[in-house]
Every structure is written in structure tokens, then in C-alpha cells.
Design a binder for this molecule. Structure first.
Ligand SMILES: Nc1ncnc2c1ncn2[C@@H]1O[C@H](COP(=O)(O)OS(=O)(=O)O)[C@@H](OP(=O)(O)O)[C@H]1O
Ligand SMILES: [Mg+2]
Ligand SMILES: [Mg+2]
Ligand SMILES: [Mg+2]
Length: 385
């Protein structure tokens, strides 16, 4: 595989462990001295990579054989497929096997529609897919019943928050892209005390080499990337087939004229007119790269593009599972993720992100210029309405 677009550092040469530092006040002392507790998430990261990879294989299989009956519509009219449910059941099952005592999951899907009359066939199909994945993997000697699968899906009903540990899962991010045969991601993160401490993004259709400019795809079009990051430990990418990982970094581009930007494929998800105004102010020359899902964060983390702009239409509330994994993948690769007011995203407030207007992502050098262009453009747009 050619990785000439990346700054390559073999994962095996990674520096000794980085730690997430928590400060605990000593209860036996009234002084303000703090005890530093070194936290590492090695076991959690390994479990997350495994769970996301298992789910990615299930999704690949379903995408290959997409049948009309595999798609349902949720109450909010967004699509959901047997792959979304199967992926959620599988990730939930795999994580519970590793962490049976302390398990909390905030995930996108629930079993409500699957428990309605007429859904039995769909539930059986999901159960078959999940059991096939478990059997192929070989690490778990169990067969799940339909009720086990529904329960596994429903264990994603946690509300998250600022206390304790919570897994955050989007079983398929970019379901519309998945249905089109385009980009999607299995996005899994862990919150500890309200902060994202690790993230994994499995992107089964993302080329292993840059998607930044036309014609730079790997010659044999190899696809399937797994991005992973742990707080303080950098971001790595490896092929989904399990070959070795390389360290990735966001682009070092400082001149906005040389920057390219990503945005949602779906115009309903982000105001493309506002992004183009911002790009124009910055002097960005390249046209937007529109791709589905958190694959945008993955691509940005390895420098395929320099900027990600996301401005949902008025009234939409962003969910934590649409950004938690992507956010740490980019920040650990040296990038910056903020809302349109320049504030870091706050994952500690439950299912929703409480944001000002939108989300902007770029490298440290470009952020001040991008931020000014965003503020000016928002003002201009508001004045023109
Ligand atoms: N109205 C609206 N505004 C903003 N965002 C929305 C909206 N509706 C949905 N969603 C969420 O967008 C998720 C898909 O991510 P993207 O917007 O990056 O992908 S896409 O390019 O538009 O397909 C998508 O994630 P999935 O549902 O997991 O596919 C949604 O959570
Ligand atoms: Mg959805
Ligand atoms: Mg999503
Ligand atoms: Mg989803």
C-alpha cells in the first residue's frame, strides 16, 4: 500500500505510553495539593478497535447485498438499515463482553421500531447477521437470540453526562451515504468525566490514500481505513484488514489559498451557501469536497484537506455520537475543533451538543483566519435575511 501522503511513523515505534491526567484532591488534607492519577485506556482502545472492525465487516456485507427491505424509516424520517441495528448490537455485545461490570453506552439506535408488529423478519435477519459475525470472528462462543440482540441494541440508551465512563456510538454514521454506496463510518468513542478520551473511526469505503485531490487515489483503489486515537497519544490509521498502523497528522498548510475544505454531502445537513461564503473570504481556491459522515474527520486527520465546515440549518441539535470519535481523531492529529463561537465541543451534557451555530475544524495555524471569516460570514448572512 502506498502511504506517501502521510507522515509515516510505524505504530510499533510509538513512544512509551501517554497518559490522561486526572487531578484528585487528597481527602485527608485540607490543603489544595493535588494527587496526579495517570490514566491509560489501552484495554478500552483495543476493545473499541475490535468492536468497530467487527461492525465494519457486518456493514460491508450488508452494503454489498443491499435489499430494498433492509431500509426502514425512523419517526424523524431519517433512514435506518439492518446494518445500523446489527452494527449497534455487535459493538454493544463486544464491549459488554470486555467490560461487564462497568458498562454504559450512548448510541443512536433503539429497538422501538423493531418491537412493532411486522418487524419480526427484520429482527431475525439482524440476529442472523450478528451471529454470523460472532462465529466468523471466533472469539466468543455464543449464539444470540433475537431478544438478546434487541437487548444489546437497547443497552445504548444511556444518557451520558459528566460523571463516570460512557461509550458513545454511531453504528453507521452517514446512513444516506451507506445507502448510496458512498462513505460511512462506524464511530465509537469513550467519555471519562465528560471528556472524550479515545475514539475509533472505521471507514470501510475510504481510500487508503488521500482523497484530497483528484487522481491521487491508490492505483488499485484499496479502501477501508481504521483511525484511532487516545488522549495524549496521537492519531493512527491502519487498513481495516489489520495491517500495521501509521501515525497521521493534519496538514501543515498555512496559506488558505492552498487549503481545501470538506463539508456534508447532504445540503440538508449543512448550509453550503454559508461555507462557500467563508471559503471565498478566506481565498480558498479548490471546490468543496463533499463526503458523508465522520469520514471527513478521518480524512482531515491525515491531511487530505485542511478545513471541515458544518453549519446545520436552524433548529437542528447536534448529537454527541456524530462528533465524539471524529473530534479526538482530529485533535490528537494536531487539529482544532470548535463551535462557531470558538468554544471547544462539550460532550459532558448528555446526548446533545450545546453549540453556537456550527462546527469548524482546521489546523492550529489556519484557525484564527478561519474563525474571523466564519464570524464575518455569519454576520453578513444574517444581515441579508
Ligand atoms: N438536518 C440535519 N442537520 C445536520 N445534521 C443532520 C441532519 N439530519 C441528520 N443529520 C446528521 O448528519 C449525520 C450525517 O453526517 P454528515 O452530515 O456529515 O453526512 S452527509 O454528508 O450529509 O451524509 C447523520 O448521521 P446518521 O444518522 O448517523 O447517518 C445525522 O445524525
Ligand atoms: Mg441516523
Ligand atoms: Mg451520525
Ligand atoms: Mg447513524
Amino acid at each position: 500500500m502506498s502511504l506517501n501522503c502521510l507522515r509515516v511513523v510505524p505504530h510499533s515505534l510509538k513512544k512509551p505510553r501517554f497518559f490522561h491526567l486526572s487531578y484528585l484532591r487528597s481527602s485527608s488534607s485540607s490543603s489544595s495539593s493535588a494527587v496526579i492519577v495517570a490514566m491509560s485506556y489501552t484495554k478500552e482502545l483495543a476493545a473499541a478497535k475490535k468492536a468497530a472492525s467487527l461492525a465494519a465487516h457486518l456493514c460491508q456485507k450488508v452494503q454489498k447485498a443491499l435489499l430494498q427491505s433492509d431500509v426502514q424509516s425512523k419517526n424523524d424520517k431519517s433512514p435506518v438499515t439492518v446494518a445500523d441495528y446489527g452494527s449497534q448490537a455487535l459493538v454493544s455485545f463486544a464491549l459488554q463482553q470486555e467490560f461487564p461490570a462497568d458498562f454504559s453506552l450512548v448510541a443512536e439506535e433503539d429497538s422501538e421500531d423493531l418491537r412493532k408488529d411486522g418487524a419480526q423478519e427484520t429482527v431475525e435477519r439482524i440476529t442472523k447477521l450478528v451471529n454470523e459475525s460472532i462465529t466468523n470472528d471466533g472469539s466468543y462462543n455464543v449464539t444470540l437470540s433475537t431478544e438478546d440482540v434487541l437487548k444489546a441494541i437497547d443497552s445504548g440508551r444511556s444518557e451520558g453526562g459528566s460523571q463516570g465512563r460512557h461509550w458513545v456510538l454511531d453504528p453507521i454514521d452517514g446512513t444516506k451515504g451507506f445507502l448510496r454506496g458512498d462513505q460511512y463510518a462506524i464511530a465509537l468513542a469513550l467519555l471519562d468525566g465528560g471528556k472524550v478520551v479515545l475514539g475509533v473511526l472505521a471507514c470501510p469505503n475510504l481510500p487508503l490514500t488521500s482523497i484530497g485531490a483528484a487522481g491521487q487515489h491508490s492505483p488499485n483503489n484499496e479502501v477501508g481505513c481504521l483511525f484511532f486515537a487516545e488522549v495524549g497519544g496521537g492519531t493512527y490509521m491502519q487498513p481495516l484488514d489489520g495491517s500495521s498502523a501509521v501515525k497521521v497528522q493534519v496538514t501543515a498548510v498555512e496559506n488558505p489559498e492552498e487549503a481545501s475544505f470538506f463539508e456534508s454531502y447532504e445540503a440538508a445537513h449543512s448550509m453550503h451557501d454559508l461555507s462557500s461564503l467563508i471559503a471565498q473570504k478566506l481565498g480558498v481556491k479548490a471546490p468543496p469536497v463533499r463526503i458523508d459522515s465522520q469520514a471527513k474527520y478521518g480524512a482531515l486527520s491525515r491531511g487530505d484537506g485542511a478545513i471541515y465546515l458544518r453549519f446545520p440549518h436552524k433548529g437542528y441539535r447536534e448529537k454527541i455520537w456524530d462528533h465524539a470519535a471524529g473530534c479526538i481523531v482530529v485533535t490528537e492529529a494536531g487539529g482544532v475543533v470548535t463551535d462557531a463561537a470558538g468554544k471547544p465541543l462539550d460532550f459532558s451534557r448528555g446526548k446533545y451538543l450545546d453549540l453556537d451555530t456550527g462546527i469548524i475544524v482546521t489546523n492550529q495555524k489556519l484557525m484564527p483566519l478561519l474563525f474571523s471569516a466564519v464570524r464575518e460570514s455569519i454576520k453578513e448572512k444574517a444581515a441579508s435575511l
